[in-house]
Design a protein around this ligand. Structure first.
Ligand code: GLC
Length: 539
C-alpha cells in the first residue's frame, strides 16, 4: 500500500495560521498546529504554493521555485516543519506550478529583454497588436494572449496575464523543472501535486470555432510522454504524486495513473464539481443536478477501477466553494450534511483529500460587497458580469456562490477575535459564524464533525476493504440517493447517502436487512433516510 490507504490534508498557508501578527498565515503557524493535524490521523500535508510570488493568483504565479516567500517564513522554518511533520509520521507534499511561471520570474524577465534562450522558455508568437495568434480565452476571463510591443510578439497565458505558459517542447525547460523536483526531494519532501498539469503540451495554435481553445491544449499530444520523462528523470518515482487535470477524460486519467504507465499516483478531476453550472458555465447559477452527480461518480469510479487507474476523491479545495454550503445545508442540517458529504467520498475508491476547515464543517462566508473579495478570477468576473448587464445584486449573488474566496477565508480555530487565526488584520475577512463553528468547540466533543472525520480516517487504516475493495454503484435511477457497495471477498460495505434535505425511502438490496451498522450521522436508526442521512452497513 503506497497511497491507497492514506489521507491527504490540504493547507492553504495564507489562511491557515498566522504566527507573527501580519494577517497572513505562515510556515511557523502551520508548525504550531502540527499536533492538531497529527490528531486527525492524516498522512500527508499538501501545501499550496508558498514560493516567492507577486501573489496575483495567491502564489500560483511563482517567481522562484526554490525559495520561501519571506511573508511565509524562511527556508529554516520550512525545514523545521518537514522534520516536525516527519517525526509524527506525516509527509509534506508541495505544489508544483509547472504549466506557467509568474512574469516576475527571472526567466520571463530575461525573455522580455529579448534573450533568445529564455524567449524559447515561453510561448511567443509574432503578430501585430490588433491580431492575437488565436482567439483562445484565458481561464480567468479575457484573451489568452498578451502583446509585448518591444518584442513585436504575443505570449500565451492560459491563466492571468502575469502567468506566462512555459514551452514544454523545449528540452531545456523540462530539465529545469526536473531539477526543481530534485531540489525539494533532497529537502525531505515526500510528494508533489502538479498544478493543471494536463495543459502542458499545447497542440495546434489555431482558432477555436466552437469553444475557448481548451480542446487544443487539454490532455495535449505529448502530455503522457512529458510526464513519464519528468517523473523518471527527476527520480521521484515511488513518491506520492497527484496531477490536477482540467476538463480531462477517464481514458486519459487511466493513463496518467495506471502504475504500468509510470506517470502519477492519482488525479484530480472536476466533472462532479460542475453539476451546478448551468450550461457548463460556472457563472450561471443552477441547483446541483443530483442525478448527473451520481452518474459522474459512478462512471469515474467504475471506469477508473476497470482501467487500473486511481482517483483522488474530494469535494473541497482552495478553488471551490465550501461543499457544505453548496451540496448540503449551512443552517438547519449543517452537521448532518457535512458528515453525509464526508461519508459519500471517504468510502469511495480513491485517496481522500480534506481541505482545511472541511473537518469542522466550515461554510462559505456569504460576502455581500465586492470589496470583500481578493481573488483575481472573482474580480475579473465581477467586471465581466456587470458588463453583461447583470445587476449589482445579481452579480454579487453569483460571486458569493461561486468565488474561490469562499474557501480561502481564515481557518476558524476558536471563538476569540479573528477566530484565533491572527492577532493582526486578516488579509481576507473571516466568516461571521466562527464563534459557533471552530476547532476549539469540536476538539474534545465525541459527537463533532471533526471527531467524525477522525473516525473516517481511522477506519480507512483499519478496514482494507475501504482502500482496496471493489466498488459497485446501486440504484442508478434514484435521483435522491447515492448508494454503493464495497467488497473484497471478506468484508462487504453498503453506503447509503441521502443527498436531499428531506426524508426519502431507504431501499436495501437483498441480504442487507440484518447487517450491522458501522457508521451513520443520526444517533438512532429509522426505516427511512432522514434529511442528509448517511448510513454505512457492514457484512
Ligand atoms: C490551479 C490552481 C488554481 C490556480 C490555477 C493556475 O487550478 O488550483 O488556484 O489559479 O491552477 O495556476
Amino acid at each position: 500500500m503506497r497511497f491507497e490507504n492514506k489521507v491527504v490534508y490540504q493547507i492553504y498557508p495564507k489562511s491557515f495560521q498566522d504566527s507573527n501578527g501580519d494577517g497572513w498565515g505562515d510556515i511557523n503557524g502551520i508548525r504550531s498546529r502540527i499536533d492538531y493535524l497529527a490528531g486527525l490521523g492524516v498522512d500527508y500535508l499538501w501545501l499550496t504554493p508558498f514560493f516567492p510570488s507577486p501573489q496575483r493568483d495567491n502564489g500560483y504565479d511563482v517567481a522562484d521555485y526554490r525559495a520561501v516567500d519571506p511573508r511565509f517564513g524562511t527556508m529554516a522554518d520550512l525545514e523545521a516543519l518537514i522534520a516536525e511533520a516527519e517525526a509524527r509520521g506525516i509527509g509534506l507534499m508541495f505544489d508544483m506550478v509547472f504549466n506557467h511561471t509568474s512574469t516576475a520570474h527571472e526567466w520571463f524577465q530575461k525573455a522580455l529583454q529579448g534573450d533568445a534562450k529564455y524567449m524559447d522558455y515561453y510561448i511567443f508568437r509574432d503578430g501585430t497588436p490588433d491580431a492575437p495568434p488565436t482567439n483562445w480565452q484565458s481561464k480567468f476571463g479575457g484573451p489568452a494572449w498578451e502583446y509585448v510591443p518591444a518584442l513585436g510578439k504575443w505570449y500565451l497565458h492560459l491563466f492571468d496575464v502575469t502567468q506566462a505558459d512555459l514551452n514544454w517542447e523545449n528540452p531545456a525547460v523540462r530539465e529545469e523543472l526536473k531539477d526543481i523536483l530534485r531540489f525539494w526531494k533532497a529537502k525531505g519532501v515526500k510528494g508533489f501535486r502538479f498544478d493543471v498539469v494536463n495543459l502542458i503540451s499545447k497542440g495546434e495554435f489555431v482558432d477555436d470555432k466552437e469553444g475557448d481553445g481548451r480542446r487544443f491544449y487539454t490532455d495535449g499530444p505529448h502530455v503522457h510522454e512529458y510526464l513519464k520523462e519528468l517523473v523518471h528523470d527527476s527520480g521521484i518515482e515511488g513518491m506520492v504524486t497527484v496531477g490536477e487535470m482540467s476538463s480531462t477524460t477517464i481514458a486519459n486519467c487511466i493513463r496518467y495513473t495506471n502504475p504500468h504507465e509510470h506517470e502519477l499516483s492519482m488525479t484530480f478531476s472536476f466533472h462532479h464539481l460542475k453539476v451546478d453550472y448551468k450550461d457548463g458555465d460556472k457563472w450561471s447559477l443552477m441547483a446541483p443536478d443530483i442525478h448527473a452527480l451520481k452518474e459522474i461518480f459512478a462512471s469515474w469510479q467504475e471506469g477508473m477501477a476497470r482501467g487500473g487507474g486511481w482517483n483522488a476523491v474530494f469535494w473541497c479545495n482552495h478553488d471551490q466553494p465550501r461543499a457544505v454550503s453548496r451540496f448540503g445545508s449551512d443552517t438547519t442540517y449543517w452537521k448532518e450534511s457535512a458528515e453525509m458529504l464526508a461519508v459519500a467520498i471517504h468510502f469511495m475508491r480513491g485517496t481522500p483529500y480534506i481541505y482545511q476547515g472541511e473537518e469542522l464543517g466550515m461554510t462559505n462566508p456569504h460576502f455581500t460587497k465586492i470589496e470583500q473579495y481578493r481573488d483575481v478570477e472573482s474580480l475579473n468576473y465581477y467586471k465581466i458580469l456587470r458588463e453583461q448587464d447583470k445587476t449589482e445584486a445579481e452579480t454579487l449573488d453569483i460571486i458569493a456562490q461561486r468565488s474561490r474566496d469562499d474557501s480561502r477565508t481564515p481557518m476558524q480555530w476558536d471563538a476569540s477575535e479573528n477566530a484565533g487565526f491572527t492577532t493582526g488584520t486578516p488579509w481576507i475577512g473571516i466568516a461571521d459564524n466562527y464563534k459557533a463553528i471552530n476547532a476549539a468547540a469540536q476538539m474534545d466533543a465525541p459527537d463533532s464533525i471533526r471527531s467524525f472525520y477522525k473516525t473516517l480516517v481511522a477506519l480507512r487504516k483499519k478496514m482494507p476493504v475501504i482502500s482496496a475493495g471493489k466498488i459497485e454503484f446501486l440504484y442508478p435511477d434514484n435521483a435522491d440517493l447515492l448508494a454503493y457497495r464495497r467488497y473484497d471477498g471478506e468484508t462487504e460495505l453498503l453506503v447509503l447517502c441521502n443527498l436531499r434535505e428531506r426524508e426519502i425511502a431507504k431501499p436495501l438490496p437483498v441480504g442487507w436487512t440484518d447487517a450491522e451498522k458501522l457508521l451513520g450521522n443520526y444517533p438512532d436508526t429509522a426505516d427511512t433516510l432522514r434529511p442528509y442521512e448517511c448510513v454505512v452497513l457492514k457484512k
